[in-house]
Design a protein around this ligand. Structure first.
Ligand code: GTP
Ligand code: SPV
Ligand code: MN
Length: 607
């Protein structure tokens, strides 16, 4: 293996601090995978599964206190606090290195330090980024091999002076009081210590591809986003691509692997999955935005995944998959809440304890067999509808950008922003109910602009400014939409069936992006004329459809107060355009309140 001096020098420095017994440079070979797997089985980091039913699959259990991203322990470490902004935890770099350094000191004693060279994006693409992760976790190495391009190829591509992201990780003692996930965008460095959970430790993903890359993207005029990319092919072979940002555990993987519902099957669409979590978008010479998925795998949510909701995901995880924190059945297969199979009569839960249906904890609460944020790590190529164009060096042209979140009330099923700047406001004012993907109160509505609140590596006021600026630079910016698959009735039932049926909304979005159909203007944005939605084979009661598209002006005016408070945190750094957009929304909502007739769809003017 080529060991470039500048990489080796850094590895030696980090090893001097962490004091591993051995250092192993990963070449990415199959033989290496077999050897590492063997060792992980010996230490208990991985558990065997039924090799006939789940070939090449393994189970991993994290520590009980280490099951989701810890946003309160995640920091952006810049010289000036203002560069991290009010929505990020900030630490002075000198203090951060010292604090984490004390935990890293000797943390790898008795362990091996694995040197994992990796590339985010196709090796050789002008947009790809090379990183090297040092870790004492075999689980991390095996996951990185699925999620990124690992080994000699990225190291060769780096060259003797190549710039790379320095990623250091140690499980240390997994003590939550000694856990830190630190980002140093000024040094192109990430230090993560005290955790073994995916998003905290697979440093190519949220740390490099979003937090560090978002800073580079602002500087270099491109976009690093928490977005899926999905292709919709018509029978004539024409494919349009959509990029969509939903907060963690709000449906990106599901939309990215969508299967057309029965009622639309006759239209002959083919759906292509390009990515389910991260999109890097650049300006192309045709004046459009093109997006690529820098990852090579899925780190997806297990609960709720079944052959009805997401058959492609079930096929994807049928082999060569690492399951984390799911339940183990007596036959050596895995199970989770919302699986196709009924709950097993007995199983081992995600904590390693015996489990049976109906089990209650000491507070009388039902005990879950799988953790709500249990996940699968599966290779991209396992997905039956993976796009062959995933490896294109310049990505794929994006026809529409979609924002979305979980809102039991308020946000309609779909609306289109009036123009790019309004779309940036729609993204910036997004909010969603918190899920189990991060620590915090599940269900609480929190503002999550562009689904990037946990992942933007710099001041979000500057980030909104960057979005506005990109709209000026792109000759034909894609139209921007907002969707909400999660609206509920008063009894808490979802009003929209979701999953594959979401293609009906995607169809409308694409027709709008081609300029083929009209829309109804509301104070919020442009909504479909009901006759433009193809509802063949789907029976959603008229009352539910009305509710799905209803806009409550009073509730929206209350929402604008919350948006204003959120915007105000950024002070004068906030682009004025964002305040102007908010004022315009207030004015439109106030106007419909004063003239209620204008609120009805029939009275709304067609555009
Ligand atoms: P991260 O990997 O955390 O970034 O999440 P993600 O956005 O990829 O979320 P994912 O697609 O895994 O969805 C998470 C949860 O939302 C699962 O429990 C799904 O069953 C549920 N879900 C996804 N799409 C829909 C939908 O259209 N309707 C409803 N009701 N639930 C959905
Ligand atoms: C998310 O939480 O948005 C994820 C999972 O995609 S993790 O990689 O853990 O961040
Ligand atoms: Mn994510």
């Amino acid at each position: 293996m080529i060991k470039y001096a500048h990489v080796e020098k850094w590895v030696k420095e980090m090893a001097a601090m962490c004091q591993p017994d051995h250092i192993h440079w990963c070449d990415g070979s199959e033989a290496e995978k077999a050897e590492l797997t063997k060792q992980a089985l010996k230490t208990g980091e991985l558990m065997e599964l039924n090799d006939k039913k789940l070939p090449g699959c393994f189970l991993h259990r994290t520590a009980l206190n280490d099951v989701a991203r810890t946003e309160n322990l995640t920091f952006i470490c810049t010289s000036f606090q203002g560069d991290a902004g009010p929505t990020n935890n900030w630490m002075n770099p000198r203090e951060a290195y010292a604090k984490a350094g004390a935990i890293f000191k000797g943390a790898m004693k008795g362990r091996t330090m694995y040197v994992v060279p990796f590339c985010m994006g196709p090796v050789g693409s002008p947009f790809s980024k090379i990183g090297v992760e040092l870790t004492d976790s075999i689980y991390v190495v095996l996951n990185m091999r699925i999620m990124t391009r690992v080994g000699e190829e990225p190291l060769d591509a780096l060259g003797p002076n190549g710039e790379f992201t320095r990623c250091l990780h140690s499980k240390a003692d997994l003590d939550i009081n000694r856990r830190l996930i630190l980002h140093f965008p000024e040094d192109n460095t990430v230090w993560s210590v005290g955790s073994g959970y995916g998003g905290n430790v697979l440093l190519g993903k949220k740390s490099l591809a979003l937090r560090i890359s978002s800073v580079m993207a602002q500087r270099e005029k491109w976009m690093a986003e928490h977005m899926l990319i999905l292709g919709v092919e018509e029978p004539n072979g024409h494919i349009q691509y959509i990029a969509a940002a939903f907060p963690s555990a709000c449906g990106k993987t599901n939309l990215a692997m969508l299967i057309p519902p029965d009622g639309l099957k006759s239209k002959g669409y083919r759906i292509w999955c390009v990515g389910d979590d991260i999109a890097w978008m650049h300006l192309e010479t045709d004046g459009r935005l093109w997006g690529l998925n820098p990852e090579t795998g899925f780190f997806g949510v297990a609960p709720g995944t079944n052959c009805k909701t997401n058959p492609n995901a079930m096929a994807t995880v049928a082999h060569d998959t690492i399951f984390t924190n799911v339940a183990l059945r007596p036959d050596g297969t895995v199970w989770w809440e919302g699986h196709d199979d009924a709950a097993p009569k007995k199983a081992i839960d995600w904590t390693g304890k015996p489990w049976r249906p109906g089990l209650k904890d000491s507070n009388g609460q039902p005990v879950k067999a799988a953790h709500p944020n249990s996940r699968f790590t599966a290779p991209f190529l396992n997905c039956p509808i993976h796009s062959h164009r995933h490896k294109h060096h310049r990505g794929l042209p994006i026809s529409a950008i979609v924002f979305g979140g979980r809102r039991a009330r308020l946000a309609p099923l779909v609306y289109q922003a009036f123009d790019w700047n309004h779309g940036v406001f729609v993204g910036a004012s997004m909010a969603s109910e918190r899920t189990a993907a991060q620590y915090g109160k599940v269900g609480e509505v929190r503002r999550d602009p562009m689904a990037m609140i946990p992942f933007c590596g710099y001041n979000m006021a500057d980030y909104f400014g960057h979005w506005l600026d990109m709209g000026q630079r792109v000759k034909s910016p894609p139209p921007i939409f907002h969707v909400n698959w999660f609206r509920q009735d008063d009894d808490g039932n979802y009003l929209w069936p979701g999953f594959g049926e979401n293609l009906r909304i995607i169809e409308w979005i694409l027709a709008r992006s081609r300029g083929e159909i009209g829309a109804v203007e509301t104070p919020l944005g442009l909504v479909p004329r009901l006759e433009d939605l193809d509802m063949s084979g789907l029976d959603v009661p008229a009352k539910a459809m009305n509710e799905l598209f209803s806009i409550d002006a009073d509730a929206w005016l209350a929402e604008t107060e919350d948006i204003a408070a959120f915007f105000d945190q950024f002070g004068t750094r906030m682009p004025r355009e964002m305040h102007a957009q908010l004022a315009a929304l207030r004015k439109r909502m106030t106007a419909v309140k004063e003239k209620p007739a204008a609120q009805t769809r029939a009275a709304a003017k067609k555009k």
